[in-house]
Design a protein around this ligand. Structure first.
Ligand SMILES: Cc1cc2nc3c(=O)[nH]c(=O)nc-3n(C[C@H](O)[C@H](O)[C@H](O)COP(=O)(O)OP(=O)(O)OC[C@H]3O[C@@H](n4cnc5c(N)ncnc54)[C@H](O)[C@@H]3O)c2cc1C
Length: 506
């Protein structure tokens, strides 16, 4: 475990907040050989009754980054039933060879996994370190924190704020954000149900409100209530077991007795999205950048996408291999994803309202879910697979997510996910017939950033895949100028015009 006295004065990158998103961001940076320090306010990881649904796109990202086991490329598509606005029947499908459509993993378990790997790499993670402010100038940033009663400071080239919804990094730096006011009030807690067999399980709506019970026989059940009639009178007032019990009984229209309530909190449909994820030398990931009503289990999934989308780019910048302007694409892409989630969550909330309007919208939803294509399209939205959409390598266009596929390389038959795992934080340039000319063109400048691999079954097509699985370029290389321009834009470096001379590339 890291001790404060072991810390140096300066780090390449300081990550503030070692929750699930901060620990993943730091781990990805550390695996790229970047010197990172994590400052985390809590003394240790505790189980929180929050994220437990890991959606298909997050699974696909975490397998490509080597944190989850690579699936069998020959396995068929996986499908599962989920809910939208509390209505079951949404079909979520993961493409063939991509693993499950949903994984039930608690966010604290993910945090423990990432933190253990980080510590295994020798990265300092200082616990009980409460960051109180971040200052920056052109040359770097200073992070002030308290630890064991002492105020300390470290400096960094870059700071990543992963410190959750109340982010001191965001407030201290003054990131502009767009907010919507709360219109709904939700309560959350863990408790032991007196009679789990008869308790209303899952998402249940009555004429008074919603209860959501993840019933656990013999252990603690997660209990949530949704009141869509108005916001909390005072959202800072601590929730008591009595208030939770009274609300559950009222919404369930019958007594649902429980005991030993703990982890009690209030939340709402208040939303906030920073306008830009970067402010000078400070970047945001996870709830520090975006918060919204937790409908559809999307918040942590957004954060996983942020961590993976930022870390390979920030590693390039921190190593001096790319200009900081490559980080603009991080902000643009992740802002669009979060804006999409905030919009679908608002839509779900309207469909959950009690009364005539909610009934009408729920009826519309029932009709939509009956239509297989529209149902699947909505399932892709909730599982973040439409941002960008999965596509086979041969058909991929820029901006698609390259679905896993079998690849016949010079060292044997493998698949895209396994190549990603082996490439670490480097991109993949998969060349079919043109691979040798492409290699000669690309390796002198981008060899440390991109792995060039011949994949015979791609034929004339060459595909450039980013470490986060997205296609940066695809096509027949021609004179190579378009490919080189895209390499420079994506991975930094010189876009000096180069030409492929081999006849095989034409
Ligand atoms: C009821 C509920 C259910 C949910 N279910 C899901 C779900 O199923 N799927 C899903 O994807 N999302 C879900 N979410 C959302 C999910 O919990 C969050 O999106 C997720 O916790 C965000 O992770 P994070 O690492 O960005 O922030 P956090 O988990 O908040 O972690 C931030 C970390 O920063 C630390 N920190 C804070 N301030 C400081 C400071 N000043 N100095 C140093 N460290 C600091 C904190 O101690 C913490 O460890 C749910 C949320 C709720 C409320």
């Amino acid at each position: 475990m890291t001790e404060a006295d072991d810390l140096r004065q300066h780090y390449r990158i300081v990550v503030v907040g070692g929750g699930p998103v901060g620990s993943l961001t730091a781990l990805e940076l550390a695996r790229s050989g970047i010197d990172v320090l994590v400052l985390e306010a809590a003394p240790h990881t505790t189980d929180v009754p929050k994220a437990g649904t890991i959606h298909a796109r997050s699974i696909q990202l975490l397998t490509r980054r080597g944190h989850f086991a690579a699936p069998d490329v020959d396995a068929g598509a996986a499908s599962t039933t989920f809910h939208y606005a509390g209505v079951w029947g949404l079909e979520i499908t993961a493409p063939p060879g991509e693993g499950p459509a949903i994984a039930g993993i608690g966010q604290s378990d993910l945090e423990r996994l990432f933190t253990a790997r980080l510590i295994g790499l020798g990265t300092p993670v200082l616990k009980a370190a409460m960051v109180t402010g971040v200052d920056q100038d052109d040359g770097g940033a200073t992070v002030t924190f308290t630890h064991e009663g002492r105020t300390r400071r470290v400096t960094a080239d870059w700071v990543v704020g992963a410190d959750g919804a109340r982010s001191i990094v965001r407030r201290s730096v003054g990131f502009p954000a767009t907010e919507t006011a709360p219109t709904a009030a939700a309560l959350l807690g863990l408790a032991v149900l007196d009679d789990p067999a008869t308790a209303p399980r899952g998402w249940v709506r009555t004429e008074r409100g919603w209860t959501v019970l993840n019933v656990n026989h013999g252990g603690f059940s997660r209990i949530i209530t949704f009141d869509l009639d108005g916001p909390h009178e005072d959202h800072r007032r601590p929730l008591t077991a009595e208030e939770l019990q009274e609300t559950v009984d009222r919404f369930a229209v019958r007594p649902v007795p429980f005991r030993n309530a703990r982890s009690l909190s209030r939340f709402s449909d208040y939303s906030r999205l920073v306008d830009d994820y970067r402010f000078g030398r400070v970047l945001l990931v996870g709830d520090a950048a975006h918060v919204h009503f937790p409908l559809g289990g999307q918040g942590l999934n957004l954060g996983i996408g942020d961590a993976v989308g930022l870390s390979w780019r920030l590693a390039l910048v921190a190593r001096g291999q790319a200009d900081p302007s490559v980080l603009d694409a991080y902000s643009r892409e992740r802002h669009a994803c979060a804006a999409g989630v905030i919009a679908n969550v608002a839509d779900q909330r309207e469909r959950m309202r009690i009364g005539v309007d909610g009934d009408r919208l729920r009826h519309e939803l029932d009709v939509l879910l009956e239509d297989r294509d529209r149902n699947r399209a909505l399932g892709s939205v909730i599982s973040a697979q439409s941002q960008p959409a999965p596509s086979t390598l041969q058909d991929a266009a820029r901006g698609d997510f390259a679905a896993n596929t079998v690849l016949e390389t010079d060292t044997g038959v493998t698949d895209l996910i396994r190549l990603h795992v082996a490439a670490g934080n480097r991109g993949l340039l998969l060349g079919g017939d043109a691979s040798e000319s492409v290699r000669a063109l690309v390796e002198p400048c981008w060899g440390e950033r991109v792995r060039v691999i011949r994949a015979r079954n791609l034929g004339p097509t060459t595909v450039l895949v980013r470490p986060d699985g997205e296609v940066a370029w695809s096509g027949e290389p021609g004179d190579g100028s378009e490919l080189v321009a895209r390499l420079a834009e994506t991975f930094g470096g010189s876009a000096t015009r180069a030409r492929l001379t081999s006849a095989g590339t034409r």
